[in-house]
Design a protein around this ligand. Structure first.
Ligand SMILES: *Cc1c(COP(=O)(O)O)cnc(C)c1O
Length: 374
């Protein structure tokens, strides 16, 4: 028996021939680039989260980069990013020639520490950089502390770009992700909570001017006359086939979010006495892109799980502030000790909406046995 970390086959089975039919419709109508499904998806995603505009694009990394391009972030500017995240969050800052400044995260939620952010802003200023934007990440599916981060950002007149690659569908104080900050980006990479069958991404904003700029930048910076390119852009469109797949998956997404929550709650109630389970912030819900616990001996737990056919994963084994391509960039004063500590302790368990009680019990039993023995 093999247990998947994320079971995409079960989802495909549930949808029957709907995805096959959707793909075939696109193959037959021939609008492969910016076909009708792309517009339809943008409308439905905006409705789903309550944002005014949705601009789809090729992937979650381009989504972040497009917003920085639209904001004209450039050399000499500082953009604040958490040290404990996927590489894209900092990579895009370097793309535009600006300086990523690493901020530490909170030990409990894994998300950006507002106190570290304030200190990092002072570091950037002291190095002659101009603070321009902060990119909080909603790690593992839970929104960052946007209330605290927004008040700091306002005080320093910097923009907020929410990296919601892992959290689309989550809520904070009753509002869906997509409404926090000046712009929000997400990813439809297959393993994300809402994933397609390849690469895909989207940007959400309430700002009409920003949305229009993003639509131009996404297609080589085209103007109203598409042969007159009025700015430097990229080829960053979402494929119509991927949009058609996402339209089908979106119809069951709300139900999947509930199922994810049930799986997460079951893990938490069974493991809380033995491991440090992930808490939710007051007022927050998570879409549980990963269910990540903290343990003292991760190696032993991973080996015990593997021996029983249970896959586990480590996100992330090295903080960005310690990675070869990034360690020369500035950090909050005192570095990013919490990110370093977390990178040694975290381990993610299988998580998806289609996990049976029996399978989850096997996983729980294995974790409980190993942690009790160790
Ligand atoms: C996945 C991810 C991205 C990048 O998305 P891609 O679609 O793979 O480019 C960015 N930020 C975070 C936090 C992610 O998890």
């Amino acid at each position: 028996m093999s247990i998947p970390l994320i079971d995409l086959k079960a989802q495909r089975q549930r949808l029957g021939t709907r995805i096959d039919d959707a793909i075939l419709r696109v193959v037959n109508h021939g609008g492969y680039i910016m076909g009708p499904e792309v517009r339809e998806l943008e409308e439905q995603l905006a409705n789903f989260c309550g944002a005014r505009h949705c601009v789809s694009c090729a992937n979650g990394t381009d989504a972040l980069g497009l917003v920085l391009m639209a904001w004209d972030i450039k050399p000499g500017d500082a953009v604040f990013v958490p040290a404990f995240t996927f590489v894209s969050t900092a990579e895009v800052v370097a793309w535009v020639g600006a300086t990523p400044v690493f901020v530490d995260v909170l030990e409990d939620t894994f998300n950006m520490d507002p106190v570290s952010l304030e200190a990092a802003i002072e570091v950037a200023k002291s190095q002659g950089l101009t603070p321009k934007a902060v990119i909080p990440v909603d790690l593992f599916g839970q929104p960052a502390n946007y209330n605290a981060i927004t008040s700091i950002a306002r005080q320093h007149n910097i923009k907020i770009l929410a990296d919601a690659a892992q959290s689309f569908g989550a809520t904070l104080d009753g509002a869906r992700v997509g409404n926090f900050g000046d712009a929000t980006t997400t990813s439809f990479f297959p393993a994300k909570p809402l994933g397609c069958y390849g690469d895909g991404g989207a940007i959400f904003t309430d700002n009409d001017t920003l949305a229009a700029l993003l639509r131009s930048l996404r297609v080589h910076g085209q103007g109203t006359n598409k042969y007159d390119n009025v700015r430097i852009g990229i080829n960053g469109r979402l494929d119509t086939v991927q949009a058609s797949i996402l339209l089908e998956k979106l119809t069951i997404f709300a139900d999947e979010i509930e199922a994810r929550d049930r799986v997460a709650n079951r893990y938490s109630s069974s493991l809380a006495n033995l491991a440090r389970v992930p808490p939710l912030m007051q007022g927050a819900t998570s879409v549980w892109a990963q269910y990540t616990i903290k343990v003292d001996d991760r190696t032993e737990l991973q080996a015990a799980c593997k021996a029983q056919g249970i896959p586990t994963a480590v996100y992330y084994p090295i903080p960005l502030s310690g990675q070869s391509g990034y360690k020369h960039y500035p950090c909050a004063p005192g570095g990013t000790p919490t990110s370093e500590q977390l990178s040694k302790e975290v381990v993610s368990l299988p998580m998806h909406p289609y996990m049976s009680d029996e399978t989850q019990q096997l996983i729980i039993d294995c974790v409980v046995q190993t942690l009790t023995a160790g």
